[in-house]
Design a protein around this ligand. Structure first.
Ligand code: C5P
Length: 220
């Protein structure tokens, strides 16, 4: 089967993960959730008491830790030193600390290297994040940029967090999402941006199937 790289970028809660997962199944490709990589590094550093502002210490911690993002059949499972941390990395506490890791150029370049290595191994990949179509895979076969109203994105996140047993206020969640959008958009490296050659899709009023159908239509 031919090599394939499909990138899906967009802000928090735009539906990237769910859509990328479904697309990967339909296209017989692997799925990569790069947000989970930033989250896993943040979680590992906090657990190991590594200063989130100390780039060199974070890089040494990454080198000394076994991160497993390879199991991509079905939902992506993230393991740190063999332990399944899939739900630990998605708490609000981790979310509010990811920026320190995501803002570090040295840590980003190490994660970008891992993402490219993953694509090389997988051959066919649907990858989602903030900088996949702009920085990591500028020559991707197909690029998409998903957006949605901040209120709608907050509603989606609320559902996820409630399902995970967290109680959160919708207004507060929307505010946090807007703050994170601004941080993601204004980062010096790997900022959230629509690639000039990406197809933009607003998912505010579309259901998951609608977005997947629009993407598949474009690809085929
Ligand atoms: O997509 P998710 O919400 O899991 O991403 C968590 C955080 O990781 C984002 O807010 C962003 O700061 C960072 N991130 C990034 N580059 C990516 C993916 C995620 O900086 N490619």
């Amino acid at each position: 089967m031919d090599k394939l790289i499909v990138t899906i970028d967009g802000p928090a809660g735009s539906g990237k993960s769910t859509i990328a997962k479904l697309l990967a199944e339909k296209l017989d490709a692997r799925f990569l959730d790069t947000g989970a990589m930033y989250r896993a590094v943040t979680f590992a550093a906090m657990r190991k008491n590594v200063d989130l502002h100390d780039e060199q210490a974070i890089l040494s911690m990454i080198a000394a830790t076994e991160f497993d993002f390879e199991r991509t059949d079905g939902p992506m499972t993230v393991r740190i030193d063999g332990e399944d941390v899939n739900s630990d990395i998605r708490t609000s506490h981790v979310t509010s600390h990811v920026k320190y890791i995501a803002n570090s150029p040295a840590v980003r370049s190490e994660l970008v290297r891992m993402q490219r290595e993953y694509a090389q191994k997988a051959q066919r990949i649907v990858t989602e994040g903030r900088d996949q179509g702009t920085v990591v895979f500028p020559d991707a076969d197909y690029k998409f940029f998903l957006t949605a109203d901040a209120r709608e994105r907050a509603r989606r996140r609320l559902k996820d967090l409630e399902a995970a047993g967290e109680t959160v206020d919708l207004d507060k969640l929307q505010q946090q999402i807007e703050t994170r959008d601004a941080e993601d958009e204004n980062r010096k490296v790997g900022a959230l941006k629509c690639a000039y050659d990406a197809m933009k899709i607003d998912s505010t009023k579309l259901d998951i199937e609608g977005v997947v159908a629009a993407i598949l239509d474009h690809i085929r």
